[in-house]
Design a protein around this ligand. Sequence first.
Ligand SMILES: NC(=O)c1ccc[n+]([C@@H]2O[C@H](COP(=O)([O-])OP(=O)(O)OC[C@H]3O[C@@H](n4cnc5c(N)ncnc54)[C@H](OP(=O)(O)O)[C@@H]3O)[C@@H](O)[C@H]2O)c1
Length: 303
Amino acid sequence: MVRAGRVRLPRGWPIVDNRRVMIESSPPAGRPPGPPVALVTGASTGIGRATAEVFVRRGYRVVGTCRDPASLESADRPAGVRYVALDLADRVGVAACAQAILAEGGVDVLVNNAGQSAMGPLESVTVEAVEQLFAVNVFGPVQLTQLLLPSLRARRGGTVVMVGSMIAEFPLPFRSTYTASKLALKGFVLAARREVAPFGVRMTLVEPAYFKTALTGNRAVHLPADSPYAGPFAAVRASIARSDARGGDPRVVAEKIAGIAADDDPAPVYVVGGAGPALVAARRLLSARAAESLVARLYGLRR
Ligand SMILES: NC(=O)c1ccc[n+]([C@@H]2O[C@H](COP(=O)([O-])OP(=O)(O)OC[C@H]3O[C@@H](n4cnc5c(N)ncnc54)[C@H](OP(=O)(O)O)[C@@H]3O)[C@@H](O)[C@H]2O)c1
């Protein structure tokens, strides 16, 4: 018998017994009758809301999450989407949400879409801010996936889509925390997808380029007034603002995600939006150093 190792958590982190949640909610074999079920995190705005709408149109029963469903105006609730509360930074809350979903029979599709953005020189981002972003962008989605995987295995089918970012293909200065969080998510998908494949479960990463959503307005900026990085930071920020302003319609990503859910054999990674796919293909022809200086120049850095 393999014994789970004891893990020492950072002070203040609540202990959540994922195994207990999984055992208490052990799923029935096969899939229950009725339409397929999709759980879309971060469905109050942007890509998540558009994705929830597409799944409804395709005949799914859709559960969407956000931190405070009660505050959602009725105009912001697409017809056919049932909202439940989920704060990905709250490990106990993630377990409770998963348990409720499992009690209703589990899901066929999990879209780990919710996320936050951040910007600032590595030197000025506090460790607490790094932890917070990783909690939302990485640890929460990973925990939710762990908890729902047994029900997907029991159905011998289903899809997990993680929403990463094209920034993982082109890491950007002053975006190190966000880039690292999306690279971490990518690592989980690329490594784990072959673990779950024999059970008929598919796992894929979608990397959007620039899309017009609430993400930019909510982006945390970590830059002290007297920062020695202020000049180049402003150049990169202005360049990102121009790209944000030209951002695409989030429904493009939503259609891609729904297409992946209907695909028996989706690819490991899809880059979506604008020149994204072509840029990623072109980057493969460049050395790492050449790609790095190209990105720096594109974002207004001189050296
Ligand atoms: N837009 C782009 O250009 C772009 C590019 C690359 C990648 N992405 C990725 O796409 C995903 C969706 O972003 P979006 O652009 O659609 O942004 P958005 O409009 O800001 O949507 C973010 C969603 O995440 C939810 N959320 C935020 N913090 C949360 C938390 N702590 N716990 C649970 N849910 C939380 C928000 O819901 P509440 O605030 O209501 O809780 C909202 O529904 C993100 O993972 C983002 O990194 C976006």
